[in-house]
Ligand binder design. Structure first.
Ligand code: GDP
Length: 444
């Protein structure tokens, strides 16, 4: 689970305040020590931790008492607000050129996920209705060019590649020319990475940058490298001048140091994050949601957004009509449950629901198993039964038949039918809440 250790480290800070009436200079000493330790263990750089702890302490002591709010809750709020500020406050959007193609130059060390990010970013922008072109500039790793060509096909975006014999700046020049000819909206150039920072790489990047005059220069860094990532962003910014960072591999067991240090150390924002190996796994970096995740409060917004995206794919209007008229049937049920599975791994989705922050592997297996059981039962239903769940609600004989044919118990069939009707109610609430723009109460 993302930042799990940091989350539990912070939890012990809140726990020390249980039973207190008010935050004082004395009773925050221990909790602040926990916070400090948790951040250091998460590999946040020391100066950042010092400043953070000092700011939070000052605010905690001066906060006074708010009726109905317990001291530990107060501290959670202060820490949350400061975490958001630490990560840059607002989401930092990509900038687009006012005229001509927007040019995005990607840089980064080898293995951080730069090539993957190039294609992910193209797909991400394509979904926003922008036409894209990729330029393969990693001339030191022929495999990288092949990889980009393959990924380009996968996301259906053209790749400009001329092999490894041409200098990157020349490739950039030709690629940009091609992009202008084709009138594409966004050009993304992948460049060569090295294992270490070296002068050649920097010189080459400078040349490419001069040629492209890019709108965005984004450094791709690996979240697993913790505060080292923040140091890299600083160095690249001083050497070539960058506009922001992309943090990859946030789905792994990174401790959080990179996400928390980059902005504060380098002054440059994290604009996007990679959260998996699939092409869809690239998202804007939302400091507030990240803080929410770190504090283990779940992430309703992100969940609703994902749900909306899936709905769109599943022909939202049609579905909405069905839900509103209570026609939501077993076919939709199947589509929905499969869509949820598609949203990403089950654990990730469950992790976003408040109160379900800690999902064990056993629970995930359980959830996947029950999905299989449901599918088995729906598969043996007649088309009428799928479309009219009422038939099953009314007829024990039908339920018995389904139980026999699917090899499940009658009780399981009854449960499924009951679940569908519950789902109708829940979906209706969810849709209502989305329309009203408020966050739905997701029950479990
Ligand atoms: P490059 O050398 O920087 O171009 O790195 P690649 O794009 O070849 O990626 C290196 C490895 O990291 C590949 O196996 C990718 O699938 C993997 N990878 C990239 N981004 C992510 C991510 O966000 N999450 C995970 N789990 N793996 C990633």
């Amino acid at each position: 689970e993302m930042f799990g250790q940091l989350t539990s480290g912070l939890e012990s800070a809140w726990n020390k305040l249980k039973g207190e009436e008010v935050l004082t200079k004395e009773n925050i000493v221990e909790p602040m020590r926990d916070i400090r330790r948790a951040l250091l263990e998460a590999d946040v750089s020391l100066p950042v931790v010092r400043r953070f702890v000092q700011t939070v302490s000052e605010q905690a002591v001066g906060v006074g008492v708010t009726r109905g709010v317990k001291p530990d809750q107060q501290l959670v709020k202060i820490v949350s607000d400061e975490l958001v500020k630490l990560m840059g406050g607002e989401v930092s959007e990509l900038t687009f050129a006012k005229s001509g193609p927007t040019v995005i130059l990607l840089a980064g060390l080898q293995g951080v996920g730069k090539t993957t990010v190039s294609a992910k970013l193209a797909l991400y922008l394509k979904k926003q209705g922008k036409s894209c072109m990729l330029i393969a500039g990693d001339v030191y790793r022929p495999a990288a060019i092949d990889q980009l060509v393959i990924l380009g096909k996968q996301v259906d975006v053209p790749v400009y590649a001329v092999g490894t014999d041409v200098k990157p700046a020349e490739i950039a020049r030709q690629g940009l020319q091609e992009a202008k000819k084709k009138n594409v909206d966004v050009v993304i150039m992948d460049t060569a990475g090295r294992l270490q920072i070296d002068k050649n790489m920097m010189d080459e990047l400078k040349d490419v940058k001069k040629t492209l005059n890019p709108t965005e220069v984004l450094l791709v860094v690996d979240a697993m490298t913790g505060q080292e990532a923040a140091a890299l962003v600083t160095t690249f910014n001083l050497e070539i001048g960058i506009t922001g960072a992309i943090l990859t591999k946030l789905d792994g067991d990174s401790r959080g140091g990179a996400a928390l240090s980059v902005k504060e150390v380098s002054g440059k924002p994290i604009k996007l994050v990679g959260r998996g190996e699939r092409m869809e796994d690239l998202e804007p970096f939302y400091p507030d949601r990240m803080a929410g995740r770190i504090l283990g409060m779940g992430d309703v917004l992100s969940f609703v957004e994902k749900a909306q995206e899936v709905m769109k794919q599943e022909d939202a209007e049609d579905l909405q009509k069905k839900i509103m008229s209570a026609k939501f049937d077993f076919n939709d049920f199947l589509k929905q449950t499969r869509a949820v599975a598609r949203m990403g791994s089950m654990s990730r989705v469950l992790g976003m629901i408040p109160g379900m922050g800690k999902v064990t592997p056993a629970q995930i297996r359980e959830a996947e198993k029950s999905l299989q059981i449901m599918e088995a039962m729906i598969e043996v239903m007649t088309p009428e039964e799928r479309e009219q769940p009422e038939l099953l609600a009314e007829s024990p004989a039908r339920r018995k038949r389904i139980a026999q044919e699917s090899g499940k118990t009658e009780q399981q069939v009854s449960q499924l039918v009951a679940q569908l009707f519950q789902m109708r109610v829940r979906m209706k609430n969810l849709m209502g809440a989305m329309e009203g723009g408020s966050v739905p109460a997701l029950s479990n």
